[in-house]
Structures are given as C-alpha cells and as structure tokens.
Design a protein around this ligand. Structure first.
Ligand SMILES: [Mg+2]
Length: 105
C-alpha cells in the first residue's frame, strides 16, 4: 500500500470507537501512542541497550493510524495532510526558516 488515501481508507475497516465521541477518543489514542513511542526509547536509555527498531516502527504505525483517523473524521484526505505539510516545510526551506519557532514562520 503506497498511497496515503488508500491507507486512510483501510483504517476505516479497523476503526472501532463510538461515533459520537470519535474525535475525543482519537485524540486520547494519539497521545497514548506517542507515549508508547517515547517508551520504546526511554527504557533502552535507562537500561543501556539499543532501542528495538521493529517495535518502534510498529508504534509509529499506531501513531499514523490515529493521524489518519483524525483527518478522516474531519473529512480530510490524508494526502491533503501530507501535501500541506510538504508545502509548509518547502516554503520554510526556501526562506531559510526551517530553524526557529512559531507555526506561521
Ligand atoms: Mg501502540
């Protein structure tokens, strides 16, 4: 599956949550999965071993699932999310504004 919108459509088949609280549920899920990514780096740092890339890839996939579902619940194709991100970052790159802070730089 190489297409963002095909992936987003696939996520519909695994979307099991109450429709009346969909966005709240998905936002909680996204935060939880980001925490799971952090955990995959934190424990190796504490105990002195290399993070397991395969388990990190799986958690990043969980983050992506929530991003895809949030966009879908808003009626936004995932390809639009990626397009807008590329547009924003390309503009910053052209203007030498990759470093720094602020959403609208
Ligand atoms: Mg997970």
């Amino acid at each position: 599956m190489n297409n963002f919108d095909e992936y987003q459509e696939f996520t519909r088949s695994t979307a099991k949550y109450p429709s009346e609280t969909a966005l709240q549920y998905l936002l909680l899920g996204l935060a939880s999965e980001v925490g799971e990514v952090h955990e995959k780096f934190k424990k190796p740092m504490r105990d002195g071993y290399e993070p397991d890339h395969h388990s990190i890839i799986k958690e990043l996939g969980d983050v992506l699932w929530y991003v895809a579902r949030i966009a879908d619940e808003m009626g936004v194709p995932l390809s639009v999310v990626t397009f807008e991100n590329v547009k924003k970052l390309s503009s910053r790159l052209e203007r030498d504004k990759i470093s720094g802070s602020g959403d609208d730089r």
